[in-house]
Design a protein around this ligand. Structure first.
Ligand code: ATP
Ligand code: MG
Length: 395
């Protein structure tokens, strides 16, 4: 197998040739040891952002204050961050002070979990001061240092713990689980956007219920925004997220299965964009309708194939009988038109043919014709529609 770090190691080499220390750190080292796909590769170095920008020809100063510069190399981006320590966290959100450091070990100490506090040197040697590798072997998630203190510093770590447990099939260390229970109320200090982002990452895991179970067991859920609207959160443990693809589908499943009492207010409280909130609400609405009626030509046309398929996937995830994507697609393909713009006539045609001025009647009649066409009772052809009008318009 080729070394996934070949290019990143070139960056380490250049930094070292310039007299600095540099390591691959964080998630990519963890995922490499777990033989999981590696996404982004983070690099930590003793060079300051200014020094990094002098050494490499193509860089983007994305977070210089916090020590981060993006280095572009061989068509890949690498986040290169100066070794740092953090202190303060008075607002539970951001460290009051970030100090640049010269030792990788100081940098590893500020990281959240033992498995995320490992570094790989250019020669492949792994620095693992907190026993992250052993914890991974045992399948245990453990904080670096005192769990309560680390959660108090940044309560988002509690949600990260829950997400990692689902994502990597880990078990929480006993002391850490207790600390999540104790520190649960701190979650209220977090910006809702950070909570939303982390919850979305959790819901995108096929094993999301594994994390949701810990969320419930520790009582952390009671401190989430809008939790009063989720009376049956425990029911989310019994659904199969794996059948769903998109974030919207997974959020819709989450809200439906927990019997959300006020989805509109919930999505507002969680500061979802209007577009996303509408998409989730529309899925929930289509789901409710489908609970009462099977799909027919008109509803398939009204909601569209994509929504219909999503709804059936949600039904499948909840263990309900569902219609396959193939059958829905067959019905969709057979629809004479897929949108009103494909209708062979428009409002102006109706006014001309009936010799009347346009008004509210135009839209109503157009919709009536649209329905007739969808049901196959009139073909989507100007002459056929005109003939039908002559026979029925004055009924
Ligand atoms: P993934 O990218 O798969 O979500 P990751 O471990 O790479 O996992 P990132 O959010 O990309 O997570 O963070 C990169 C690294 O930064 C982590 O591995 C960890 O060492 C450190 N880190 C991230 N968030 C925190 C935090 N809230 N507290 C302490 N360290 C953190
Ligand atoms: Mg990452």
């Amino acid at each position: 197998m080729s070394d996934p770090f070949t290019h990143a190691k070139t960056i380490l080499k250049i930094l070292e040739e310039n007299g600095f220390k540099a390591y691959i750190v964080g998630g990519s080292v963890r995922d490499y040891l777990l033989k999981r796909p590696i996404h982004d590769i983070d690099i930590a170095t003793s060079a300051t952002p200014e020094q990094v920008m002098t050494i490499f020809p193509v860089t983007f100063p994305v977070g210089v204050k916090h020590g981060t510069v993006i280095v572009r190399h061989e068509n890949c981006n690498y986040e290169v961050t100066t070794f740092r320590s953090e202190s303060g966290y008075k607002d539970f959100r951001h460290p009051d002070e970030v100090t640049f450091e010269t030792s990788i070990f100081v940098d590893l100490a500020r990281r959240d979990f033992t498995m995320n506090a490992m570094a790989m040197a250019m020669n492949g040697q792994i620095l693992d001061p907190y026993g992250g590798r052993a914890d991974l072997k045992k399948g245990i998630l453990r904080t670096v240092g005192n769990a309560e203190a680390r959660f108090k510093e940044d309560p988002l770590r509690q949600l990260r713990a829950i997400r990692f447990i689902a994502q990597l099939s880990l078990k929480p260390d006993r002391v850490m689980e207790k600390a999540i229970t104790t520190c649960a109320p701190y979650i209220r200090h977090l910006a809702v956007e950070r909570i939303r982002e982390e919850m979305t990452k959790l819901l995108m895991q096929d094993a999301a219920p594994r994390g949701l179970e810990l969320l419930l067991r520790t009582g952390l859920h009671t401190h989430l925004p809008g939790s009063q609207w989720l009376p049956r959160l425990e029911c989310t443990l019994d659904v199969s997220f794996r059948w769903l693809d998109t974030e919207d589908e997974r959020w819709a499943l989450f809200l439906i299965s927990s019997d959300c009492k006020n989805p509109d207010a919930f999505l507002k409280t969680w500061k979802f964009s209007n577009k996303t909130a509408l998409a989730i609400l529309s899925l929930m609405n289509a789901f409710q309708r489908r609970n009462q009626y099977e799909w027919d030509k008109l509803t398939l046309y009204q909601y569209g194939l994509e929504t219909a398929c999503s709804v059936e996937k949600i039904r499948r995830a909840m263990g309900h009988a569902f219609t396959s994507q193939e059958i829905l697609t067959e019905c969709w393909v057979e629809l004479p038109i897929k949108s009103r713009s494909q209708l062979a006539v428009n409002g102006r045609d109706l006014c001309r043919w009936l010799d009347k001025k346009g008004g509210p009647w135009t839209g109503r009649l157009l919709e009536h014709i649209e329905n007739k066409v969808i049901l196959g009772e009139v073909s989507n052809d100007r002459h056929a529609i005109q003939r039908w009008l002559e026979r029925h318009a004055f009924d």
